[in-house]
Design a protein around this ligand. Sequence first.
Ligand code: ZN
Length: 358
Amino acid sequence: MNSTTTLSVFDGHNDVLLSIYLPKNGRTLSFFDRNDHGHIDWPRMREGGLAGGFFAVFVPSPSSSDKHPGAAPDAENTAYELPMPASVDQTYAREITIKGMASLFRLASQSDGQIRVVRSAHEFDTCFQQGILAAVLHFEGAEAIDPGLDALYVFYQAGLRSLGPAWSRANAFAEGVPFKFPHSPDTGPGLSEAGRELVKACNQLGIMLDLSHINEKGFWDIANLTEAPLVVTHAGAWELCRSTRNLTDKQLDAIGESKGVVGVNFHVAFLRADGRLDPETPLTEIVRHIDYIADRIGIDHVALGSDFDGATMPLELGDASGVPKLLARLQEHGYDDESLRKLAHENWIRLLGQTWKE
Ligand SMILES: [Zn+2]
């Protein structure tokens, strides 16, 4: 046993709620029991040392709930270009979003006090110290919010503390990147006027803005406008894997300069240099992205952003219970205890303390 087996991990992104509020094939994930499908549930989170994370509410296109539709299927030619998913209707998005939020609040209320939806840095600290799972309510895409922002204020009161203005499609505020490889993240227009107002309102309320999925013009529009550190909860380094979903050196530098955080995504197609959707991807591919980002902008600005239940994990990791294997690999690779604590949770705790207003 080494020290990494007891290290608490706060994770930048999971999609576990989706399988609860929109069960696939009518099969609802029972979060409190150990499941043989998906990557994350209560027993596996505990086994993996997960002390909390961003729980995403995502609105799939009405015809599909697949978040990472079959990237790079061809072994000989790994280039791919998937069409931009269609925009979704606001009324539909709001209906699904309320289901998603309710699924998280129900988990907390059924947990005997073991899970809390955290709304302030103080509450976050308390959970962390007492071993209560700290769940941050995150929206992956702002489709459920009206351009006049009435819903933003209501969702904030309900517990929304993290918002990605766009998933990989266009909405009233911003546009995300379509899944392409190899391709730059500069794929379309930046923020709309409503998008600029959304950024200002999030700053004022203290909602963390997550720049995952947004295209490069939108990224720079937000970087120039926001008063908060820049955050990308689940992505990798574009120099190592030239997916539209990854971050260029210039983007990484801006995140470092703003004292922000990048959560490294475990999705194999965003890790591998060849962009292939191949689960036979070694854990060292995650280490490679962490190394690259830490070398470039400093260990204070790198964290984990698994994408559990929303992506294809390296087989060697498996699921949430495999996180200690990744930490052990990082330790073998030369990361000391202080660096591992930063990666595992301290950077997220600092960032939320700087960004939230409560
Ligand atoms: Zn995502």
